[in-house]
Design a protein around this ligand. Structure first.
Ligand code: PLP
Length: 493
């Protein structure tokens, strides 16, 4: 029987329950244990639009949603609020294509999942008839925060708290979050980095005192981070639609394998690609691209996950400034043949020794990943190079991907058709992009959008343009030790 199971114990839940829970009580992540049973018929999906492909994939996983419920979620998520009616358009060049997964309301790919997760959640809550208030806790390295606020803002029965690292996000990203107007929102800057925010959120989940207080007040905690399985599943869809577009454009034949390059931080996006391959998408390599915080490059190449000797390095691709990549836990679960005891032990090692090692598991099983990294200088050079060669403007995260793809070609000579997942609009990082292309900036603040406009010829997304006139509503700064008290104060006042 199909079930979602915790990576760290035998706890199993139905999809609706797992989505409401977000994180398992044992601090494990929910995973589908039935990937081998799912096989998507690609031929049937040729020519279908995004929503139809989404339906055909999601129904395999969310089996306790009725067809009507699932269509309700999909149709409300992928509608006119997208800046491109294909949802994920593909920019095809001679030797490379870019799947632009960033055309949602907040200009990063997090919108793909966070525009549907609130519908999953409200649908799930209705069927439990529990009548509890849901509180979504979110740690963000920059993009999840605003996408979660946009999705959950002013949704009845739900409140949302976002923690982001002080000085750890771009100026545009920060303004997007601190100007949030929704009444049910709580946006807090933390003196720390993303890992501190994410660890703090996980600790609040584990905290028995806080669980008790909340259950007394009829409050249930959940998560909008990619630790929530409801975040991950919608991301499988664009791997399929992108593949189908290459078939429709005669770049490949149905059945040919392709590569995906994935700029990676918390390992959610690339894990969705891994799941896509498991359920039948012909993928040759998933190319894992990191920035200077290259813990994943080293892990996939050596089997050693080690954060003992590492300090977080601030880069110009802040959404990938992560050392503790949560979704690797789901990969470990799969590589270990669903051995939750093993996964728990490895995760305990990471917590207490700041490292673990799975050399054997990786060498037996792992031939799908290639991993490499790009420095800040590489990233700037690559933005310029792509602009000069293709007259195409990419954001710093996508540039990390492009640079690592070049490494891959040099290392392997592989000629397989390849798609780079373009994870954010360049307008979210105007300063870095203009500096890369012109050498320096002439303006500052939100005027950088105008300066970038002259380079891209693409309209400034209206949500970013509107930031000019919006007052800042959230200014609180706390220490990382204060996350728990900040949440209880906000909820109980
Ligand atoms: C979140 C994010 C990433 C990293 O994705 P993960 O799923 O965390 O690996 C890369 N680029 C951008 C722009 C992002 O917002």
């Amino acid at each position: 029987m199909r079930k979602f199971k915790s990576t760290r114990s035998d706890l199993t839940l139905n999809p609706k329950e797992a989505i409401i829970a977000g994180l398992a009580e044992d601090n494990g992540l929910f995973v589908p244990t039935f990937l081998d049973e799912v096989n998507i018929d690609l031929e049937k999906l040729i020519g279908c639009n995004y929503s139809t492909v989404a339906f055909n994939i999601l129904k395999e996983f969310l089996y306790d949603f009725t067809e009507e419920e699932l269509y309700h979620c999909i149709n409300n998520a992928y509608d006119q609020k997208w800046h491109n009616d294909e949802i994920v358009p593909l920019s095809i060049y001679n030797n490379i294509s870019f799947a632009e997964i960033y055309h949602g309301k907040t200009q990063a790919f997090k919108d793909i999942a966070l525009s549907i997760l609130p519908y999953f959640m409200t649908t799930a809550i209705q069927s439990t008839k529990e009548n509890k208030e849901i509180v979504i806790l979110t740690a963000t390295s920059g993009d999840t925060g605003k996408a979660a606020l946009a999705g959950f803002g002013d949704v009845p029965g739900i409140s949302i708290a976002v923690f982001f690292p002080l000085d750890g996000v771009s100026a545009v990203q920060e303004l997007q979050m601190t100007t949030e107007e929704a009444k049910n929102s709580h946006v807090i800057k933390v003196k720390g980095n993303f890992d501190d925010c994410q660890t703090g959120v996980k600790q609040i989940f584990k905290d028995s005192e806080i669980r008790e207080i909340f259950s007394d007040n009829n409050i249930k905690l959940s998560s909008a981070n990619s630790i929530n399985i409801g975040r991950l599943l919608p991301q499988i869809v664009y791997y399929f639609t992108t593949y189908l577009k290459l078939v429709e454009n005669k770049k490949i034949e149905l059945g040919d394998k392709i590569n995906f390059v994935v700029p990676t931080g918390n390992f959610g996006n690339i894990l969705a690609g891994y799941y896509a391959q498991k359920i039948g998408l012909p993928i040759n390599k998933l190319i894992c691209a990191s920035n200077d915080n290259k813990v994943l490059t080293d892990f996939l190449n050596t089997g050693h996950y080690d954060i003992k000797q590492r300090e977080m390095i601030k880069t110009i691709s802040p959404s990938m400034d992560i050392l503790i990549s949560s979704n690797v836990e789901r990969l470990l679960f799969d590589l270990s043949n669903q051995d939750s005891e093993k996964v728990k032990q490895l995760m305990d090692n990471l917590t207490f020794d700041k490292k673990y090692e799975i050399t054997e598991l990786l060498s037996n099983k792992n031939d799908i990943f290639y991993a490499n990294f790009a420095t800040v200088d590489d990233t700037l050079t690559t933005i310029k190079k792509v602009y000069d060669e293709l007259n195409y403007v990419i954001d710093p995260h996508t540039a990390v991907g492009y640079k690592v793809y070049e490494d891959y070609k040099n290392d392997t000579n592989d000629k397989t058709e390849t798609v780079i997942l373009s994870t954010a609009s360049p307008y979210k990082f105007p300063e870095s992009v203009i500096k890369a292309i012109k050498g320096d900036v002439n303006s500052g603040g939100i005027d950088l959008l105008d300066e970038l406009y002259e380079l891209t010829n693409n309209e400034i997304p209206k949500e970013l343009n509107e930031l000019r006139d919006k007052p800042v509503k959230h200014e609180t700064i706390i220490r990382k030790e204060e996350m728990k008290s900040s949440i209880s104060k906000w909820l109980l006042e």
